[in-house]
Every structure is written in structure tokens, then in C-alpha cells.
Design a binder for this molecule. Structure first.
Ligand SMILES: [Zn+2]
Length: 384
């Protein structure tokens, strides 16, 4: 056995911790770029905490999932404001944008030199500017991951800027920030978190540290995602989901993902579908296909047992079988009213292109079994 585990330098978790942002920030500088989602006014508590700590702020709002040019705009703004640190406040989009801006603030080459697949994929030369991540969804776990997902509309792809040097100096996870999330967003981001616990747990790079995190995250998601969806103000459920999202981020960045995320890049790059919604639509079908392929081709491998163990934690029944886990996820996706892929404009004529791109995605390589193009196409068919 051999593994490595790296994450944010500090993780501060708990209700009200958003008020600690200023105190943390002033250790890194006096001027911060605060990257937010569409509505910057939601970051008022962060801005107040910065003012109190004597840190001035320039705000930069990222309305959708970030593109390469979003990062370039943010870097320009940060340089003009002589910002010494970057704070990301929002969902995965704002956090990834902030993470990439922090990296490009200290690295002098063009963004494309560092981006994988469509760029030259060179390693970052210098550590990022200090970066603090404050998630407001639960979520992507982006507060503890070492990559930023960026869209390139001209390539119809989503690609990553990736480096261990991009890990946050501090991740501040305040579950209260998620209490106002509307049900549909709670559902899609919550099922993304669930996916990011299941895929690292069954993937071919799982390790004992990520296993422990996945099991605890699955247990909490199973007991709390439905409650967070139907009773948004339930603090215990929101706290469970914030833990689950954080643990999913820790697990995926130190183990790997699988076919759901292998599809998420190409689909998200070509269609206006939020990441969480894509994952939610695909998850039960990928699980079922992986099980079928494993039974046919590696019936005695460890992954089948992994799926069975995941099913215990999801159903709360220690006699559950792998298929019961799939059944549980199917029921969840129905109860949480997750839309099918067709609702985002995906049609059968797009399948061949999506399958070809997904087969090359880095997440696909961690899937517990190599799926054939026919199997990948069947997954899309079922999720349509
Ligand atoms: Zn995800």
C-alpha cells in the first residue's frame, strides 16, 4: 500500500465561522480580492469581518461557471487593486474561479500554458497567492481540492488548472451559509456531494484515509440529504451535508472519481447544465452499469464488495447488497425531482461525441472498471 494525502493548510468548520474570515485573512495581507457568485451582497458578512480586521476588499462577481477569460479578468482586477490574497465565497464556480485567480496572480505565463488538455499543461512554477475558500453550497468540496474547473466555450470542454500549489491556506466551512439554498440547488449539489463520496470509495485509487472519510460522509448524506431538501432550515441536516461535501472534496482530491465525473466535463462544456445536475442525472445509471460490467469481467475483484459496503451505509442495513445501494440512489434521485439529461438539450445525436470525450477524461481513469463505448452510450441512453 502506498498513498499520499494533502489538503488545505487549515480547515475551520462550524456555524458562525464565516465571521472568522477577517482574522484569517489579515495573516496573509491587507488587501483581498473577494470572488463571489452572481450576487456579491450575499458576501456581506465576509466583507464586514474583513473591515473589522482592517483588510480592504475588492469584489469580483462570477455569475456562472467560470471560463478561462473570467480568470484573466479577475487577475487583472486583483493586480490593479494590488491584492495580496484571494477569498472565494460561493458555490464551486466562485471557489474555482478564486482558486485559479490566486494561482495566476503569482505565475507569470499565460493561463493556457498551465491548463490541461487544451493547453500545454505545464506545472505551476510558483505557489498561488494565499487563498481562503468559503463554500456556500454543500456541495462541490472545492474548498479542499487542488484543481479549478474552467470552461472553454470555443473547445466545448471543461478543463482543469491543477496543482498541489493551489490548495487553500484556509477552508472555512460554515453550514449556516447553506440554510437559504433553494430545494433544487440543495438536491443537485447534495447529489454531487454523494457522487463524490461513492466514486472515490469504489475507485481504483481508494486508500484507507479516503475510505474513512467516504464512509462517514455516506452515513451523514443518507440520514440528512432528504431533510435538507424538504426542510432547508434544519441546522443538523445542513451541518451533516456540509461535512459530507467537505469529506467528498477531501476524498476525490486524494483518491479519484469515476465515470459520472468523466461525463460531467464534456457534458458541462457543451450544454448549459450545472455540474451537480449532470452528476445527479447520471449517478444511478453509472452505478448500475459499473456493477454489470464488474460482474461480467471482474467478478472476484474488490470493487463489487465496495459497492456492497456503500449500500450498507446508504440503506442503514448491514445485510444490504450492492443492488440495494443502486435502488436507494434511484429512489433518492426521484424524490429529489432531479431532471433527466434531455432537459438540458442533450439528444442521441450528441452521444458519440460525448462518449469519445468522456473516455479521455482524467476522472474516467479511476473508474473501477474500464467501460466500453457501448456501455458508456447505454448510460447516456438511460439518463436521457
Ligand atoms: Zn462533482
Amino acid at each position: 500500500m502506498r498513498f499520499e494525502f494533502a489538503t488545505a493548510t487549515r480547515i475551520v468548520f462550524g456555524a458562525g465561522t464565516v465571521n472568522d474570515a477577517g482574522g484569517l485573512a489579515k495573516e496573509f495581507g491587507r488587501r483581498a480580492l473577494v470572488v463571489t457568485g452572481r450576487d456579491s451582497s450575499r458576501a456581506e458578512r465576509v466583507l464586514a469581518s474583513l473591515r473589522f480586521a482592517g483588510v480592504s476588499a475588492v469584489t469580483f462577481s462570477v455569475p456562472g461557471e467560470p471560463e478561462l477569460k473570467t480568470v484573466e479578468q479577475g487577475v487583472k482586477l486583483a493586480k490593479a487593486g494590488r491584492c495580496e490574497l484571494v477569498i472565494g465565497f460561493g458555490g464551486g464556480s466562485a471557489l474555482d474561479a478564486a482558486k485559479a485567480i490566486a494561482a495566476m496572480l503569482t505565475n507569470d505565463s499565460e493561463l493556457l500554458d498551465y491548463v490541461e488538455i487544451i493547453g500545454r499543461g505545464q506545472p505551476l512554477a510558483k505557489p498561488s497567492a494565499p487563498f481562503i475558500a468559503i463554500p456556500t453550497t454543500a456541495g462541490t468540496g472545492a474548498e479542499v481540492t487542488r484543481n479549478a474547473v474552467l470552461a472553454s466555450p470555443e473547445h466545448r470542454l471543461k478543463v482543469s488548472l491543477r496543482s498541489p500549489l493551489m490548495l487553500a491556506r484556509a477552508a472555512v466551512v460554515d453550514p449556516e451559509l447553506t440554510c437559504d439554498l433553494p430545494p433544487a440547488l440543495t438536491a443537485s449539489t447534495g447529489i454531487d456531494a454523494l457522487t463524490q463520496l461513492i466514486e472515490p470509495f469504489v475507485c481504483n485509487r481508494a486508500n484507507p484515509m479516503t475510505d474513512g472519510l467516504c464512509i462517514e460522509g455516506l452515513r451523514r448524506t443518507a440520514r440528512s440529504l432528504r431533510i435538507a431538501f424538504s426542510k432547508g432550515k434544519d441546522k443538523d441536516a445542513r451541518e451533516d451535508m456540509a461535512v459530507a461535501s467537505l469529506f467528498g472534496g477531501l476524498a476525490l482530491s486524494n483518491a479519484g472519481l469515476g465515470a459520472v465525473h468523466g461525463f460531467a466535463g464534456p457534458i458541462g462544456g457543451s450544454f448549459p447544465a450545472p455540474h451537480g445536475a449532470i452528476c445527479a442525472a447520471l449517478l444511478p445509471h453509472v452505478m448500475a452499469m459499473n456493477l454489470r460490467a464488474l460482474r461480467q469481467r471482474v467478478p472476484n475483484g474488490p470493487a463489487l464488495y465496495r459497492y456492497e459496503e456503500a449500500a450498507w451505509w446508504l440503506t442503514g442495513d448491514s445485510k444490504a447488497k450492492a443492488d440495494d445501494g443502486v435502488k436507494w440512489v434511484r429512489a433518492l434521485v426521484l424524490d429529489l425531482k432531479v431532471p433527466q439529461l434531455g432537459s438540458f438539450g442533450i439528444r442521441r445525436e450528441h452521444f458519440a461525441d460525448l462518449v469519445a470525450k468522456a473516455a479521455n477524461a482524467s476522472s474516467m481513469k479511476a473508474n473501477p472498471i474500464m467501460l466500453t463505448p457501448e456501455e458508456l452510450t447505454e448510460i447516456l441512453e438511460q439518463a436521457l
